[in-house]
Design a protein around this ligand. Structure first.
Ligand code: CUK
Ligand code: CUA
Length: 627
């Protein structure tokens, strides 16, 4: 079979990529049908009322700033975890604790969730997510599904797209900057001087193993290449990490034309252990409080690897030997052998260098270019020697075989493509449970599609987005289910449900909150100057106290403890016309602070239906006028 050469295809693809939204493929893919017969797709996704799903799916909410949780295989949305945006549903962003987390920002752009790992396997402790917009990383605690830390904006960099990528023992969350900026930050430079004045950055965010606290460990200065997606190594590539770039042309405007000129872009091959060592050896320079490594002066921390044309995802397989980079503008996935990369580095098999960083010879480390199809973006693995690549333009997922290949397969790599399934439509990321660990679960693949084009009831011009559940246990992939997805999904993680043991109540005994009170007797209202401080108890079905008297202009601070120790017994405190909406889980204490700006009487009430007397759970904030 003759195929057009990669260059010709690439030229044809640039317009196709832009227009791809106009061209949905044909009718829905074959599946085991729409019946509920035993063994059918319907029966295999049916989770009866009262039964629980086998897996949690944590999927990014993009610029909603949230993470959504669904059960698999039912695909039922079971929770929303607000991270970078206020969320009235859980009172997030209204109390002092969560306001402090959000800082100056009312939103973020979540792309890549990553579960914490121990020895290359998910340990069920934390979920890290990035903020592409405001250059931050957040940590969610999986004991209570709450955001516990937001780190950033990360110094000396901008546009944290290339994260969160967790190392095998969660030593680091690794991060690379999508956008390049002049350094030190705050300095003005003309974007026309991009090549000279702007810098990219790879950052190692250190994670404290005891409590997950993140801090910036070190950074590696890079040319302004627009780092895109990454992954961390394991096995033979343990201690290494990889990122693609889509602008090694170093263009600063009309990127859709200028950054797609070169036939290859560079991937970064980073030795993160060597970076940590370089800092300990005193080889870094401090910039904005962070040790920054100049790679030209510290050989061994950074190499460049050419990758076909404006690549997107770069994904390490479960063995850690094979690294697959998706071409995006070229219909191939390039598979690299990390053993060969190591050998090339050892014998200095370089084709040259860019700003003092050696460029690895593509041909000597390439295992093969798999002709997967049009618009390859991301690759996942099932742990049985198979890879699955999302094809944005084709609206499909390609299943292909990892090396080692037979001589016959090597001679014609079309032969390693095992199956293809249509998805609806224009898939971005896809996820297989545990793909980034050394032991994937296999079983399910979720396709996260950018467009749905009428697959759901129409809700206006902006149509619901769509995720599709695919069974990957057989030789052929099988479409099982399709669900509405909150916008804007990027990546996701799948975790076995039994890997998490969420706590049900915050125990009274373990409460460390300095203002927690557990007995109505200890409730109090104290005035100090113009500040009124209230210690309040919430219990079915009362607030104690339920009357607060203040003066116009006062500062009011209320610490509320929900003293319930019963599962799912939540109370909330809303104060009318004061923009107060705080919610307390059982055993939780939160603080809210407000400036009293107007006189009058403002009712307060419980927002969460907590008992038959929930409506009675109310009180008054009475405000005397100034004069
Ligand atoms: S990117 Cu969204 S489809 Cu930000 Cu991971 Cu590839
Ligand atoms: Cu407490 Cu309703």
């Amino acid at each position: 079979m003759s195929r057009p050469g990669p260059a010709a295809l690439a030229a044809a693809l640039v317009p196709a990529l832009l227009l791809s939204g106009c061209n949905p493929p044909g009718a829905s893919s074959s599946s085991s049908g729409k019946s509920g017969a035993p063994g059918s797709a319907a029966a295999r996704t049916w989770v009866a009322p009262g039964e629980k799903d086998e897996y949690y799916l944590f999927y990014s909410g993009g610029h909603s700033g949230q993470v959504f949780v669904a059960g698999l295989p039912s695909m039922r949305h079971i929770s929303t975890i607000p991270v970078f945006s206020p969320y009235p549903g859980t009172g997030y962003g209204f109390d002092e604790e969560t306001k402090a987390l959000l800082g100056d920002y009312a939103w973020g752009d979540v792309h890549h969730p990553a579960l914490s790992q121990a020895d290359g396997l998910y340990d069920g402790r934390w979920l890290f997510v990035n903020d592409n917009a405001n250059n931050r990383v957040a940590r969610i605690d999986l004991r209570d599904f709450k955001t516990r830390q937001i780190l950033g904006p990360i110094p000396n960099s901008s546009g944290n797209h290339g994260s969160s990528f967790v190392t095998e023992n969660t030593e680091y969350v690794l991060v690379a900057s999508r956008f390049s900026v002049p350094l030190p930050k705050g300095r003005h430079a003309d974007p026309a001087d991009y090549e000279k004045e702007f810098n990219g950055m790879v950052s190692g965010i250190k994670v404290d193993p005891s409590d997950g606290t993140m801090s910036v460990g070190w950074q590696i200065l890079t040319p302004p290449f627009n780092w895109d997606l990454g992954s961390t190594g394991k096995g033979p590539s343990s201690g290494w990490a990889f990122w693609t770039s889509y602008n090694s042309e170093m263009a600063h405007e009309t990127l859709e034309a200028t950054s797609t000129q070169g036939d290859r872009d560079y991937a970064a091959v980073v030795n993160w252990r060597a970076a940590g060592q370089a800092v300990r050896d005193g080889l870094a320079t401090t910039l904005d409080g962070v040790p920054v490594i100049a790679p030209a002066k510290v050989p061994g921390v950074l190499y460049f690897l050419p990758v076909p044309k404006s690549p997107h995802g770069i994904d390490t397989d479960p063995s850690g030997r094979w690294i697959a980079a998706s071409g995006k503008l070229q219909p191939v996935v390039s598979v690299f052998d990390f053993e060969k990369i190591k050998a090339a580095i050892d014998r200095k098999d370089f084709t040259g260098e860019v700003r003092g960083v050696p460029v690895i010879r593509y041909e000597s480390v390439l295992e093969g270019e798999i002709p997967v199809g049009l618009g390859p973006l991301h690759t996942q693995y099932d742990g049985k020697g198979n890879a699955y690549t999302s094809l944005y333009i084709e609206s499909a997922v390609a299943k292909w075989k990892l090396p080692p290949w037979t001589a016959e397969e090597k001679a014609d790599l079309n032969k390693v493509i095992l199956d293809k399934i249509d998805v609806h439509y224009n898939i971005g990321h896809l996820v297989v449970g545990g793909s980034d660990t050394k032991e994937p679960y296999g079983k399910y693949l979720v396709a996260m599609n950018k467009l749905s084009k009428g697959r759901h009831l129409s809700v206006g011009p902006a149509q619901p987005e769509s995720s599709q559940l695919i069974d990957i246990t057989g030789e052929k992939m099988e479409m099982l289910y399709e669900a509405f997805t909150e916008p804007e999904p990027h990546f996701a993680q799948i975790l076995k449900a039994d890997a998490i043991k969420p706590i049900e109540v915050y125990p009274k005994a373990g409460s460390a909150h300095p203002h927690a009170i557990w007995d109505a007797k200890d409730a109090s209202i104290t005035r100090r100057g113009n500040t009124v401080e209230v210690k309040m108890v919430a219990i079915r079905s009362r607030f104690i106290p339920d009357r607060i008297d203040v003066n116009e202009g006062d500062e009011l601070v209320i610490h509320v403890t929900n003293v319930e120790q019963t599962t799912d017994m939540i109370h909330g405190l809303a104060i009318a016309e004061q923009n107060v909406n705080v919610i307390f889980d059982p055993g939780e204490t939160k603080t809210l602070r407000l400036k009293i700006k107007k006189p009058g009487v403002f009712p307060f009430y419980c927002t969460n239906f907590c008992s038959a007397l929930h409506q009675e759970m109310q009180g008054y904030l009475a405000v005397k006028p100034k004069s």
